[in-house]
Design a protein around this ligand. Structure first.
Ligand code: PAF
Length: 280
């Protein structure tokens, strides 16, 4: 497995693999890998990728000034071992200075899907995400890139960006991987105290019950939202947002007439967790 630290070396390696007839997959990550990330590697293989690159880059531009950039968990040795175990061809592991020139002044912004939900709570977040993902696409030159459904809005934003900017990359979204008690896997789960960790599965329990009520015929979004909000508050969580929106356009739905996503962001202690379920 190669560890590649510069864009030039990554591009040269990608071109060589392409000359050899490989199909290239990219799994963009910020490291501190878990089974959720590794399931994205598996999804690349299912898409026919013969060489899979995992990028590990804690992207400073997608963190707000009071967010967790400085304490974001990092463990490259462990990440490297996990990638080897999944037969990843290369880890693209650039420094910040390699990805952003000191006078960088070019940004990629998506201006519709990135506005609500996490876009409203975390101003500038998606500008950082779309900019870095565009850079990663240009560095790794993938045929396929896989993102996780846990970041449902991010996946939609990136799919839109790839379409609008004609990136020749197939965007694939892989299902959420959960702990046995339902908590969605996230590198940020590491921040949770034992008490917070015990309480946090309340998010998925409430979302699952909302999905059951929707399947049983409930179509009023506010009724489902109130139920989820009360359940999370009862478990000691502080809701950032709970919304029901169209699965494709992220337009709000008050009466749920078509495929929708119920998305949650909630704090347990200082840790902000996100999760969602599809209401089909
Ligand atoms: O989902 C993430 O881990 C990040 O937002 C991504 C896509 C790697 C961009 O930094």
């Amino acid at each position: 497995m190669k560890i590649i630290r510069t864009v030039a070396e990554m591009q040269a390696q990608a071109r060589q693999w392409r000359r050899e007839g490989a199909t290239l997959g990219l799994v963009p990550t910020m490291g501190f890998l878990h089974e959720g990330h590794l399931s994205l590697v598996d999804a690349c293989r299912r898409e026919g990728c013969s060489q899979v690159v995992v990028s590990i880059f804690v992207n400073p531009t997608q963190f707000g000034p009071n967010e967790d950039l400085d304490r974001y968990p990092r463990d490259f040795a462990r990440d490297e071992a996990l990638c080897r175990g999944r037969e990843v061809a290369a880890i693209f592991y650039p420094e910040v200075a390699e990805m952003y020139a000191p006078d960088a002044s070019t940004w990629v912004t998506e201006e519709t899907l990135s506005r609500p939900l996490c876009g409203a709570s975390r101003p500038g977040h998606f500008r950082g995400v779309t900019t870095v993902v565009a850079k990663l696409f240009n560095a790794v030159l993938p045929d396929v890139a896989v993102f996780g459904q846990k970041d449902a809005q991010q996946s939609l934003v990136i799919r839109r960006m790839a379409r609008d900017l004609h990136f020749p990359v197939k965007i694939v979204v892989a299902p959420i991987v959960r702990e046995a008690d339902g908590l969605a896997l996230s590198s940020r789960n590491k921040y949770l105290s034992a008490t917070e960790r015990a309480a946090a599965p309340a998010i998925f329990r409430a979302l699952s019950e909302a999905r059951r009520r929707h399947a049983a015929g409930e179509r009023v979004a506010d009724t489902l939202v109130s139920f989820v909000a009360e359940s999370i508050a009862a478990a000691g969580g502080r809701v950032d947002y709970i919304e029901v929106r169209s699965q494709t356009t992220l337009e709000p739905c008050s009466d749920i007439a078509g495929p929708a996503v119920m998305a949650v962001a909630a704090f347990f202690g200082r840790t902000r967790l996100i999760d969602n379920v599809l209401l089909d």
